[in-house]
Design a protein around this ligand. Structure first.
Ligand code: COA
Length: 336
């Protein structure tokens, strides 16, 4: 279908790349002053995946990308754009997307990183939609991939329990019909930037012996404040994108939220009036994988056979920046 801008963008392939190593709450009990019970009750997390010493973001992203391309029936040489959503690229320079482009041999693809933290995949969907509307790009590989374990201080119980590593990928192409991304909403409030940050390693505080000794290259977070803002922003954002799509809360078949905290997800879905049976939660197995969490959850939802053609799927998330967003998709068909 054509809307006022052009053809809709639709997902035809999904994939994931997860490290094998599992870090359980019981493992963490031996590392920091915490308990399995506290973590489960306050976050819903039981375990998370941790990358091996030789594994970086582009490695997991490549596994996810190959799986997504295979499902979509798209050859690497047909991909014309790669968007890697990440806050943990292999290196600062060059961008992670170029490592990914080489690994999957996507020789025709332009590529770039997108850093919108946990909202990355939502920002990426919006960018993919715009590129498709332009008529210039036809086969976009949109990947969320993170190796957060590299920037987490496992002596800090505030953050050490929450995060995990992994990647999720989607092939996004122009839709032939009325299925695809119907509307999205994105937002940012830079005044909340200090609530979740890695203070050093950038141009403000470059990496020095002192910065490393002070642990300033690790994530610092004021979780409690983020919690309340996250719930409010996600609810508002979903309402906004539903309105833009000409739909209402009752039209939602599935909510696939960013997996930051089970209590955040439950509070947001209950405020949206969406039943627990329509909300996808896999945080128990992966923790918070930032930009990777929505595509991993979407992949698992599809794998379980839950997504039917025509279903209205609401993606929503919130993260460092602060950033937030949502996307309303009329689900189409995976495969060629
Ligand atoms: N194990 C045991 N106790 C812990 C703990 C841990 N891992 N982490 C914190 N505590 C303690 C605190 O020290 C505090 O103790 P006190 O009352 O004696 O001071 C108590 O538990 C409550 O801490 P609080 O920070 O209020 O807990 P919380 O219910 O807000 O849960 C988070 C903490 C981090 C789980 C929660 O705030 C959260 O998930 N926030 C959102 C973070 C997020 O999503 N970030 C990423 C955005 S994409």
């Amino acid at each position: 279908m054509f809307n006022k801008h052009g053809r809709l963008a639709t997902i035809t392939g999904l994939g994931i790349g997860l490290p094998d190593t599992v870090l359980t709450n019981h493992d963490l009990e031996k590392m920091i002053d915490t308990s399995d019970e506290w973590i489960r009750e306050r976050t819903g997390i039981r375990e998370r995946r941790i990358a091996g010493p030789q594994q970086a973001t582009s490695d997991m992203a490549a596994v996810a990308a190959k799986m997504a391309m295979e499902q979509a029936g798209v050859e690497p040489g047909e991909i014309d754009m790669i968007i890697l959503c990440t806050v943990t690229p292999d290196r600062f320079v060059p961008m992670g997307a170029s490592n990914l482009q080489e690994k999957i041999n996507a020789t025709r693809a332009a590529a770039f990183d997108l850093n919108a933290a946990c909202s990355g995949f939502l920002y990426g969907m919006a960018v993919a939609q715009g590129l498709i509307f332009s008529g210039r790009y036809q086969k976009i590989l949109l990947v969320g991939g993170e190796t957060l374990s590299r920037i987490i201080n496992y002596q800090d119980r505030n953050t050490g329990i929450l995060f995990g590593d992994g990647a999720g990928a989607a092939v996004v192409v122009p839709s032939d019909d009325e299925h695809g991304l119907l509307a999205y909403d994105l937002g940012c409030d830079g005044s909340g930037g200090d609530l979740l940050q890695v203070p050093a390693g950038g141009s403000r505080i470059p990496a020095t012996r002192e910065s490393v000794e002070q642990g300033l290259h690790f994530v610092q977070m004021r979780g409690n404040e983020i919690f309340k803002l996250a719930v409010r922003a996600m609810v508002r954002s979903v309402d906004q994108s539903l309105a833009d799509a000409g739909l209402t809360r009752e039209d939602i078949d599935w909510v696939v939220p960013h997996q930051a905290n089970q209590r955040i997800i439950e509070a947001a879905s209950s405020r949206l009036g969406v039943g627990r049976d329509k909300v996808i939660i896999n945080i128990d197995r992966y923790g918070n994988t930032a930009a990777a969490s929505i595509p991993i959850a979407l992949y698992e939802t599809a794998q379980r056979g839950l997504l039917k053609e025509g279903d209205i799927v609401a993606l929503t998330g919130f993260g460092a920046g602060l950033t937030w967003g949502s996307a309303i998709i009329r689900w189409g068909r995976l495969g060629e």
